[in-house]
Design a protein around this ligand. Structure first.
Ligand SMILES: Nc1ncnc2c1ncn2[C@@H]1O[C@H](COP(=O)(O)OP(=O)(O)O)[C@@H](O)[C@H]1O
Ligand SMILES: [Mg+2]
Length: 463
């Protein structure tokens, strides 16, 4: 440790204080003639030499002690100096070092606490922002940064969120009158965050009973309600679509009933024709209601996974028989190509029958006459089985593919109705496949045809 020069004035003053009593005593002895001038001068010189050395050492120790104490408040732990000429100072230095170590430990635990508080806030799945009494951002978590982008601490909340309703709601929480908060202690605001895609959120703001150590006074937590809103919209659309689908045949039936009661009462030929159409309409309604019931039944237990071993060979042969008449009336051949070593699929026999009935029925309906619908079943990777239904029809333009499995979604609604479709077949297929933890892939080239492939988990062997 480099010795620092002592301030001269302090050094002289200390020497003067130490020498003064001895010199006064020597002077008194000299004046009383108890001491001759010579010895008095020798004594004064000796005392001066010893005192000057002692004072210098002592003051040096004090200076080292002062430097040690000031270094204790820094980040590093300084080495404790030896202070031989000032033992009391050495004790003080030891006490100060203990105090500083305690301090450092406390500071480390405060830092740890702050880090854990931030880790907890960061771990929250919902975005959170804390603001102080001036509405400045104090703390944010990772989810908030993901939702709103990076935010700068100490800036006003409006720099991160320009939503007047939310900002004024926060202001109302922070209003002070007579030293107390006079506004409500919580507020809820619904907002739409612009961007692609837009995000619907509900912001819950709450004022804390008193400001936290970091200055946080109000917490704002955001809940993403986009999925909920979409589900609400879908439910509303579904009811509207289903009602609309039923309304048309009902209106048709009522119209024919009116006609049969009135103008066509005695017209036998017209009656036969109208009754035929009425039967068709009633059949359409029956199909629609059957499909709706089927969809709701599958949805109800979509989360439970079927676990029976199903022989797809039997399922596909059964569907082929069922649709044989329809296929031949449309001059379409249905060919099965089933791998002889095809493992059993894990699933539900009746539901898988419905899946392939819908897919093969679509292929027959949308195929060109005098073509073949090929149904291929084979083993697939990762212990699965894949069944493809390929037709040589008009195909489906790529823009429609992502929405094809939505309820009532059709590429050509009039054509689908004319062919007796309800627009629910592929929605049913998708739900069943989901329940089976399987996959539905659709490939289609307009003008050439489509291939619908269902992949299902396979069992360990054949029956
Ligand atoms: N094999 C296919 N070839 C061409 N288009 C198809 C095929 N399968 C389904 N589609 C299209 O997908 C729509 C939805 O199919 P689906 O849900 O089974 O309803 P639909 O009752 O009309 O058969 C159909 O209306 C049709 O436009
Ligand atoms: Mg269909």
């Amino acid at each position: 440790m480099a010795e620092q020069a002592l301030p001269l004035r302090r050094y002289l003053a200390a020497n003067a204080v130490v020498l003064a009593p001895s010199y006064i005593a020597l002077a008194a002895l000299y004046w009383d003639d108890d001491l001759a001038a010579g010895p008095a001068l020798v004594a004064a010189a000796g005392i001066a030499v010893v005192s000057i050395v002692l004072v210098q050492r002592y003051l040096g120790s004090l200076a080292r002690f002062a430097r040690f104490v000031s270094e204790l408040s820094g980040d590093q732990e300084p080495v404790m100096p030896r202070l031989k000429f000032a033992p009391a100072t050495e004790e003080l230095a030891a006490a100060a070092a203990t105090l500083a170590a305690g301090w450092r430990r406390q500071r480390a635990s405060i830092d740890n606490l702050a880090a854990s508080a931030q880790a907890v806030v960061d771990g929250l799945p919902d975005p959170l922002i804390a603001v102080d009494r001036q509405r400045r951002i104090v703390r944010t978590n990772r989810a908030a940064v993901a939702l709103l982008g990076p935010m700068v601490a100490d800036r006003d909340l409006s720099t991160a969120l320009r939503h007047p309703t939310l900002l004024s709601a926060i202001d109302s929480l922070l209003v002070v009158g007579d030293g107390n908060f006079i506004g409500p202690d919580h507020a809820t605001v619904e907002l739409v965050l612009s961007g692609a895609p837009e995000v619907d959120v509900i912001a819950h703001a709450r004022r804390l009973p008193r400001a936290a150590a970091d200055g946080s006074l109000a917490l704002i937590v955001f809940h993403d309600t986009t999925a909920l809103r979409r589900a609400e919209r879908m439910r509303a659309d579904f009811v509207a679509n289903a009602s609309h689908e039923l309304k048309t045949p009902i209106a048709g039936l009522l119209g024919f009933i009116e006609t049969l009661r009135g103008p066509a009462r005695d017209d036998v030929q017209a009656r036969e024709r109208f009754l035929g159409i009425m039967a068709e309409q009633a059949d359409r309604m029956r199909r629609l209601v059957d499909d709706l019931l089927m969809l709701s039944r599958i949805e109800q237990h979509e989360h439970s996974r079927p676990d029976a071993a199903v022989d797809l060979d039997r399922v596909l042969a059964g569907v082929q028989d069922l649709l044989q008449l329809k296929a031949s009336s449309r001059k379409v051949a249905v060919e099965l190509e089933i791998d002889p070593a095809l493992p059993l699929a894990i699933g539900d026999y009746d539901e898988l029958t419905i899946v392939f009935q819908n897919l093969i029925d679509n292929a027959i309906k949308y195929a060109k006459p005098n073509t073949t619908v090929r149904v291929t079943a084979r083993s697939a990777v990762e212990g699965r089985v894949a069944v493809s239904v390929a037709d040589e029809g008009d195909g489906i333009p790529a823009t429609h593919l992502p929405r094809l499995t939505e309820r009532f979604y059709r590429v050509d609604t009039a054509r689908s109705r004319q062919l007796g479709g309800t627009g629910l077949g592929l929605a049913i297929v998708k739900h069943v496949v989901n329940r089976h933890r399987g996959r539905l892939d659709i490939q289609s080239s307009p003008g050439k045809g489509s291939v619908f492939t269902v992949t299902l988990p396979a069992g360990t062997g054949r029956e």
